[in-house]
Design a protein around this ligand. Sequence first.
Ligand code: ADP
Ligand code: MG
Length: 345
Amino acid sequence: MSIKSIIRLSEDVINRIAAGEVIQRPANAVKEMLENCLDAGSTNVSIILQEGGLKYLQIQDNGSGIPKEDMDIVCERFTTSKLKKFEDLTNISTYGFRGEALASISHVAHITIVSKTSDSLCAFKGTYSDGKLKESLKPCAGNVGTQIIVEDLFYNVPTRRLILKNATEEYQKIVDVVTRYAIHNPNVGFLVKKQNETNPDLKTQSGSSRLDNIALLFGSSIAKEILSFEHEDKKLSFKLAGCATNANYSSKKRAFILFINHRSVESTDLRKAVESVYNAYLPKGSYPFVYISLEISPQNIDVNVHPTKSEVHFMYESEIFDCVQRQLDSCLLGSNTSRTFYTQT
Ligand code: ADP
Ligand code: MG
């Protein structure tokens, strides 16, 4: 074999590789942008898609908007309005912090942003590629808030396009992400639809209750059998809240929604711990509906372990899992009929 010399990768290649880690599929892009909408205080977020977001992905919010002077650098890597120094990471309460999402998307797609703040007379529109504003901002009409359009995702990553050719699957993954956020944020109204259809596939009203949204998105048969729980542990400084179906309900489909510090995350370990509690109550091979929101003191959690931020590491994991199991178990024990169970210690 011939000896290959080491070469320095070009900036462009580096950025595209990094972008591929953060944005693996349209649903990751939606999650990042949705979190930006929520960080901006939006009460309505609507998402319109073509080809499962691969061709066209529009997300519109009624949040604070992006100030004109920030519109120039908004898609550059490591530009954020949310984090200033490394220590801030231990105290982060917004979803975003690395200033990486929009930059990443701009390296693998074409972005157009129209945004208006309340103190600006008009909106401004910019188009972006590879982190940079392509031409100067244009004033235009628009409501307060932000609209971001992402077109031709992965146009320059042919292998990724080949893997993601099932638009229906990508669309479903986006609906799943938005469903989770709609359960966690019932105060915010969400809408997801395909561009050429009139009827949305998901629509919630702003100012709904969590139970309203569970009934709407998962069915009233689930909503009827829901138990709620709440617990605070001052010593280990975490809070736990959630709701789950009682022993009257079971489904062949898994429905496990987990938020840690208001971010939708995956945890196979916690899901298994929860399912093991239900083993005593449900027929084999069937599952409950469970929604859990954990708030863990930022000092005890490391959100920065995974490029998509879908995994987090935290201290006292087994104590916290035990606590979730105890809460669920006492709920289930105390309810052979449908009613709400409330605990606080
Ligand atoms: P991060 O969220 O980590 O700061 P992003 O790349 O997701 O990085 O966003 C960069 C910046 O763009 C944010 O810090 C925020 O100031 C601004 N921004 C992005 N989306 C919105 C939005 N929908 N509304 C208001 N500001 C936004
Ligand atoms: Mg962000």
